[in-house]
Design a protein around this ligand. Sequence first.
Ligand SMILES: NC(=O)c1ccc[n+]([C@@H]2O[C@H](COP(=O)([O-])OP(=O)(O)OC[C@H]3O[C@@H](n4cnc5c(N)ncnc54)[C@H](OP(=O)(O)O)[C@@H]3O)[C@@H](O)[C@H]2O)c1
Length: 410
Amino acid sequence: MGLLTSIHYGITILAQNFFLSYNKEAMEIKKRKISIIGSTGSIGRQALEVIEKLGDKFKIIALAGGNNVELLKKQAEKYQPEFVSCNSHPELVSGSHNAKILTGMAGLEQICSNKENDIILVACSGKVGLRPTLTAIKNGIDIALANKETLVMAGDIVMSEAKKYGVNIIPVDSEHCAIHQCIKDINQVDKLIITASGGPFLHKSVEDMKNATVEQALAHPRWNMGKKITVDSATLMNKGLEIIEAHHLFGFDYDDIDVVVHPQSVVHSAIEYVDGSVIAQLGLPSMHIPIQYAITYPERFEGIKSKSFSFAETARLDFEKPDYEKFPTVKLAYEMGRTGGTATVCMNAANEEAVFAFLDGKIKLYNIYEITKKMCDEHKVIQNPTIDEIFAVDEQIREKTKEYIAKFSY
Ligand SMILES: NC(=O)c1ccc[n+]([C@@H]2O[C@H](COP(=O)([O-])OP(=O)(O)OC[C@H]3O[C@@H](n4cnc5c(N)ncnc54)[C@H](OP(=O)(O)O)[C@@H]3O)[C@@H](O)[C@H]2O)c1
């Protein structure tokens, strides 16, 4: 090899190496950095499946669970995040990973204030999601929101903070995700139409519902979810919570949010435009799709889709009016939503405690509504509450509900 040839060869190799490392860096820069609050739950686990399927599209910064430290440890070992957080026994999360181990609300707050994140999936259950969501918003981090309680408790505050900090809140709940996908120009939309599967007691008698066992209430015909939301789906309170969630997410009056029962769970929700056009979003009932939509928004990828949707195989789509006599929770949610202020905080807290009591065998399924209604009737609503007032009401109502249930006989 002559001198000139070898200089040329050397330059070529250098340029190739530079290009390779530059491209690698560019690829890393393009990776979306994500943290998951509630990674050990139903939504959290499915989100990890989606991320895995999407290959190199994501870098996981942090994973947070509650008490399932065994699973959290396994997740940390598999996905090698920078941080993990749990609610108890942090010593059990140590393993073959280098993640810094955090605990409790302080851990969740630390994860959500890490500006390295492009997006945070809030997939924990209950009121735990509210503070971390607000922290992420204040740090300008986009939110993929599964935790509906966050908006039911403090929708006004959360949405106005998101606006102030220019943060996107992308819904994971399949109905809201559907509406998000249908809306082109929100100013031209007249009405939101939220579909409800009707749960396991749709065509059962009120008597059957009253005497339902925990097992029957947890046997949802379409969706495999966490226990709390599954019981809410059996009483239709889940739809009530979703009406309130939709009101905050899309800024619609309660009069312009309709519910229709659709047992097949193929039409995930719809919107009606001012000119009468109705646009619906359809798909097989799988949470992978809305989770993927929310964490990859505004892009779309092939991802985890198991098979193509077929109208012919779906064969029929049924719709019916909800029976508000049999499922009075929906009426209660409309009422509390219209009342505003801490009315929805009260409803959410009382319902959650009653659901836990039902799961513990202390009350019957139908008592959940009766107890929640009683707490709502007796609650003195605070309008425009602060976050501290919201948490104080939440605590008071939980205590009051537990005391009431302790003396309750059915
Ligand atoms: N599942 C669905 O298909 C679905 C659909 C739409 C919306 N959502 C909403 O998404 C949320 C999660 O539902 P899910 O069905 O996934 O519930 P889930 O299976 O019960 O999971 C709840 C998750 O929250 C975690 N968690 C509970 N307390 C915590 C705490 N103090 N700190 C940190 N993490 C805590 C749990 O951790 P451990 O298990 O480790 O204790 C678990 O990871 C709910 O708000 C639900 O309404 C769910």
